[in-house]
Design a protein around this ligand. Structure first.
Ligand code: HEC
Ligand code: HEC
Length: 212
């Protein structure tokens, strides 16, 4: 049977929802560093900073692989386990084929930092809730793996590192990760530091640590 692929973008068109524009330059500018102005050693240290963010449950629970199953992991979940209630995001990555994520993770009309105060309720943000593209699989992956994924245009949405950094800056989901509410542990560092780490890593020539 032929499956229809429904992406979050197509869904936004159908429902008339406005997604944050990738190229919107109204948010804080991403600071560029000239190529070579950051040493290899500093570049690796900055990658480590970004990896600490990327591998944190507030990020990696949505950055899962081809199982299409979101994760419940991190201190607020006790034992690491797949999302309860047999949830599967399917190929659309937003559950469009069976039970769409936004049934519970309802889309806010505007960002609201008090929206997620109640522990154990489904997190809500002002964009469509769903899994990251399957190519951006981070859950349980090593620093070396994520490092190589992030700089590979074939797997990062055909973006330069500058574009990856401004994507992190503009995505409303990511702003939630540092203010998740409901007694959840926020992602480490800060949005500003994560972006700066990416740009310094880029200026050092995107070095990756060896596979452990
Ligand atoms: C039937 C309601 C329901 C549906 C449908 C649902 N979720 Fe959830 N989801 C929840 C609840 C409730 C929580 C919070 C559980 C807790 O904190 O104990 C949650 C939490 C999560 C988390 C963990 C966030 C964190 O704190 O790190 C992720 C990731 C997630 N959902 C992804 C999805 C995706 C992707 C879909 C669609 C495929 C989806 N959910 C569909 C109810 C739902
Ligand atoms: C609610 C689920 C969810 C959470 C939580 C989440 N992401 Fe994502 N992420 C997505 C989706 C959906 C996309 C695809 C959106 C797009 O490309 O426009 C994406 C794409 C990305 C991308 C670009 C694709 C690539 O190559 O990886 C980056 C970078 C990224 N996310 C970083 C993060 C970071 C850092 C965090 C934590 C601070 C995070 N994400 C948390 C859903 C999530």
């Amino acid at each position: 049977m032929k499956k229809t692929r429904v992406t979050a973008g197509a869904l936004a068109l159908l429902t008339g929802l406005v997604l944050p524009a990738a190229g919107d330059d109204s948010a804080a500018p991403v600071r560029e560093y000239p190529p070579g102005s950051v040493t290899l050693e500093e570049g690796l240290a900055n990658w480590q900073t970004f990896y600490e963010v990327a591998s944190h449950p507030r990020c990696s629970n949505c950055h899962v692989g081809p199982s299409n199953v979101p994760m419940w992991s991190g201190p607020s979940y006790g034992k690491t386990r797949p999302h309860g209630m047999n949830i599967n995001a399917d190929e659309s990555r937003i559950g469009a084929e069976a039970l769409i994520c936004s049934t519970c993770h309802t889309t806010l009309s505007e960002p609201d930092e008090n929206a997620n105060r109640t522990p154990h309720s489904a997190p809500r943000v002002a964009s469509i809730w769903g899994l990251a593209p399957v190519e951006a699989e981070w859950f349980g992956k090593s620093s070396n793996y994520v490092c190589n994924q992030l700089k590979d245009p074939q797997r990062n949405g055909n973006r330069t590192i500058g574009e990856v950094a401004s994507h992190v800056d503009h995505d409303l989901v990511l702003n939630w990760a540092w203010n998740p509410g409901g007694n959840r542990e926020p992602a480490p560092h800060s949005l500003a530091l994560a972006i700066d780490a990416l740009m310094k890593w880029s200026a050092a020539g995107t070095p990756c640590p060896p596979e452990e």
